[in-house]
Design a protein around this ligand. Structure first.
Ligand SMILES: [Zn+2]
Length: 182
């Protein structure tokens, strides 16, 4: 049985780690403007993407990773504003789950990931139309590579988000169809 103090310490350490990682992003970015009470900042990495920051200390911020992004990307990030930060919550919970049984971390990780993808899809729904990218990632021919994209990236893959019927289908159908169809 792991002591409660150790579990609390682990939980706090992970929170500090997460806050520090996000703080680095914020610190390296510059303030642009405010929209709906959310700060919008720029960290020009030339990537066609944005990051939504939502932590206890840093509050809600949107960091654009390139100038002149398509408007749908900002709208997507604004779709996150009312959502909980499921990854932060997962980090706080992980030591408590592990103190019961380390193996429970596996279903926890899968659950957090599944909720995370679902929340991304909800944020896309807030945009109201399929997303447009100037430079989308092409759909790999290999099933395994497509599966990796679903697992490793925060958002559903670009090629799925750009589909005409993206917002009409549910996320599970989209996932299965993307993996199973050649
Ligand atoms: Zn998102």
């Amino acid at each position: 049985m792991v002591s409660v103090y150790f579990t609390i310490l682990m939980s706090i350490s992970l929170m500090v780690f997460y806050e520090a990682t996000m703080y680095r992003l914020v610190k390296n970015s510059v303030y642009l403007y405010r929209i709906n009470n959310v700060e919008v900042r720029l960290l020009d990495r030339g990537e066609e993407n944005a990051i939504y920051v939502n932590t206890l200390l840093l509050k809600k911020k949107i960091i654009l990773l390139k100038r002149d992004l398509p408007e749908t990307i900002l709208k997507h990030e604004l779709g996150h504003v009312e959502q909980v930060n499921i990854y932060y919550l997962g980090l706080i919970l992980a030591p408590w789950v592990a103190s019961c049984n380390v193996l429970l971390l596996i279903p926890l990780a899968f659950t957090i990931k599944a909720i995370g993808v679902y929340l991304e899809y909800k944020a896309d729904k807030a945009v109201g139309k399929p997303l447009k990218f100037n430079d989308p990632k092409p759909r790999p021919k290999s099933r395994l590579k497509r599966l990796y994209a679903w697992i490793l990236e925060n958002h559903p893959p670009d090629w799925v988000r750009m589909r005409e019927d993206y917002l009409q289908k549910n996320i599970v159908t989209l996932f299965l169809r993307d993996i199973l169809n050649g």
